[in-house]
Design a protein around this ligand. Sequence first.
Ligand code: F6P
Length: 320
Amino acid sequence: MNAALRAVVLAADHYQIEVVAFRHGYKGLLENESVVLRPHDVLHILQHSGTVIKSARCQRFKTIEAAQQASSVLDENNIQALVVIGGDGSFRGAHHLAQHWHGQIIGIPGTIDNDLYGTDATIGFATAVNIAMDALDKIRDTADAMDRVFIVEVMGRDAGFIGLSSAMAAGAERMILPELQRDKPLTIAALVKHIERVQKVRGEGSYVMVLSEHQWPGGAVALAEQLEAEYHLPCRPCLLGHIQRGGAPAPADRILGAQMGVHAVELIRSGATEVMTGIRGQENVAVPIVDTWQKKHPLDPNLLRIQHEIFNPVKKSQRN
Ligand code: F6P
């Protein structure tokens, strides 16, 4: 997010627009935690994860009173346009605020989940996938050495983008993703059958599975216990948790942040409002902010098809 913040400040400076940041997101907006940001404040923040203006979740912002209060704070600070960097919760907040404030509102997609409609990628996603892939590579060493099954639980909220990309990048044997679970929930018996088949056909015990959060009752720990207790399969769980949200941002995220930050300022100059800046292919696009959560960002069906083939080795006797 720092990359996006930096780009907003530098592009605004280019057009002689003053930037006021509100620390701690909507919470800070309600409490008028404002600070003027000039280029020298943001020049060297690219390599740092997170955001120098801090972030917060703010349940209170959902009320009409809060939106009215935010509107007054923005007017008192003489703000004409608000750039909101965040995920669907932040954008719902932006839409709510738009009902009570006359200024322009532009969204920049900043979430590791990549679950927003209208953009190929969101800021943070590439970094999270890198971290998950790195962890999976390390887990693989023990899985290989000990012929063991591992379940690595990754974030993503209700979307399987991190799960799919990290599983592909690290060559996992299986992934359990929300999108797949919705279509055809995996049973433990089918999972065990798959593990045994892969181990037999490939002639080794190493089996690494990527589990998206909330996709198994009790998560990776419960699933590992179930496999050990009911099927005597030596299995270990690993929860990556908030590790996925830290560390040096990947190059792709820094570049995306720059593209989107500059585009957000251009959108302000064009008079646009209630849109999110997105990237599709090589193009900057402006996406109606309500579409970002009301429409679905699907997983790439081609990647799912590829994974299906990779995951299902055929026994020698079944080959043509
Ligand atoms: O939306 C980003 C995300 O990291 C999700 O992947 C995860 O489910 C959630 O936030 C965790 O939220 P918190 O940091 O509030 O526990």
